[in-house]
Design a protein around this ligand. Structure first.
Ligand code: C6P
Length: 403
């Protein structure tokens, strides 16, 4: 992998922040966008901006064709059996809400659903809302000090009253890669469906939804070098057909009268209204970009970055890393004794280094460690070892100033 060449694809990496070269280590919040994706979006607006699935005119047909081609690229990337099993959404949060809203009409009092202790709020709150509506009971797979799920406890939680399990593939706060194959197999053995939140996995791991045999897999394009405001809900055809629509409106109908409306087939049943057309096409371009580099190459390089940064940070007195699972993506959450994460983040920003600080929308994880938050450095394939050195130097300066 030629990282220097790759960096030239990302115009934003050339800019300075506070007079210093930008070191962008907030990739888990959102990834940067290569020129190939930016150009694709600009080309859409310059050449064939039109509403899709509606017009007989050329522009509309071109836009429709490219939007549907993007759906096929997503299908291929995640190895879905059929293109209509890919629903375009505004992102992971929207995707989860489509399923949780559907489940609010499927479950009843006493049914059980299982979440993990490692979740982002997006994979907790919609389900709590669903449980409030239905009377279903939410159970939690606990984690250990290393940030690893305790699978024996999962075994105990599963029963024939379990209807759905929803777990992330990778934790956004700690980088833990969860054993989703085992989670899925065991859930299916008791007749439960499984939703996997792939928002943090998909930039690093290419999930094969058929071999995983997962019922729902969700992600956001902006985590994968694509635009914001677009994402996907993969669902097995049978699972999606069971769910009621989420929103009513144009495009999702077969026939409308004031007496009765019938819904369109998949995927349109879940795609009411004019979608983010440029975003969908940009999502496809982002997958093309990543696949040209190669997901395995990306993962191998990021693993080196992770190892290098972990060793360097562990050598700084007072640094404590949270989440030391054997299987991790390139995310490091840490604190320095006696210093608030926000203060470290602010000083790093003064030095041009972008990290995220706070609870990372994963408050239960922070509560587990009894901390208000962490500093999170998350790496991507366009980051370099030298940038990690810069962060380490900047962190040492910050510690000197703050301690
Ligand atoms: N995590 C982070 O800094 P949306 O906002 O819908 O694109 O993605 C929500 C989401 C869901 N699940 C996981 C595991 C996530 O990491 C995220 C987004 C960002 O960690 C922003 S809070």
């Amino acid at each position: 992998m030629d990282v220097q060449k790759i960096r030239n694809d990302f115009p934003i990496l050339q800019r300075k922040v506070n007079g210093k070269p930008l070191v962008y280590f907030d990739n888990a919040a959102t990834s940067q966008t290569p020129i190939q994706v930016i150009d694709t979006i600009v080309e859409y607006y310059n050449n064939y901006n039109a509403n899709i699935h509606r017009g007989v005119h050329t522009l509309s047909q071109e836009a429709t064709e490219l939007y549907e081609l993007a759906r096929q690229k997503i299908q291929k990337h995640f190895n879905a059996a059929q293109a209509h099993e890919i629903i375009f959404t505004s992102g992971t949060t929207h995707s989860i809400n489509i399923v949780s809203n559907g489940y609010a009409q499927i479950l009843s009092k006493g049914d059980e659903v299982i979440v993990s202790a490692l979740e982002h709020h997006s994979n907790i709150v919609p389900w709590q809302m669903m449980c409030e509506k239905t009377g279903a009971v939410l159970k939690v797979i606990p984690m250990n000090e290393d940030g690893v799920l305790i699978m024996e406890e999962y075994d105990q939680l599963l029963s024939n009253t379990t209807k759905l399990v929803f777990v992330n593939h990778v934790s956004n706060a700690l980088g833990t890669v969860n054993p989703i194959e085992e989670i899925i197999t065991k859930a299916h053995a008791v007749g439960a469906e499984v939703l996997i939140d792939g928002a943090q996995a998909s930039p690093h791991i290419k999930a094969d939804v058929q071999s995983l045999d997962v019922d729902y897999y969700v992600t956001s394009a902006h985590k994968l070098c694509g635009p914001t405001g677009v994402g996907m809900l993969y669902g097995k055809q049978s699972a999606l057909n069971r769910l009621p629509p989420y929103q009513g409106g144009g495009e999702m109908i077969a026939e409308v009268t004031f007496e009765k409306t019938t819904y369109a087939d998949l995927p349109h049943k879940f795609e009411a209204g004019t979608p983010n057309i440029a975003g969908g096409i940009g999502f496809g371009a982002a997958l093309d970009y990543l696949n040209t580099i190669g997901m395995e190459e990306i993962a191998a390089y990021e693993e080196q970055l992770l190892k290098y940064a972990t060793t360097a940070l562990n050598n700084i007195p007072g640094v404590k890393i949270y989440g030391v699972a054997p299987q991790k993506t390139a995310v490091i959450s840490f604190n320095v004794t006696g210093i608030h994460p926000y203060d470290i983040g602010s000083i790093l920003d003064q030095l041009g280094i972008a990290v995220r600080t706070g609870h990372h929308c994963a408050q239960p994880i922070m509560d587990f460690y009894q901390i208000p938050g962490t500093v999170r450095a998350s790496f991507s394939f366009y980051n370099t070892f030298q940038e990690i050195d810069s962060m380490v130097e900047a962190l040492k300066k910050a510690i000197q100033m703050l301690q």
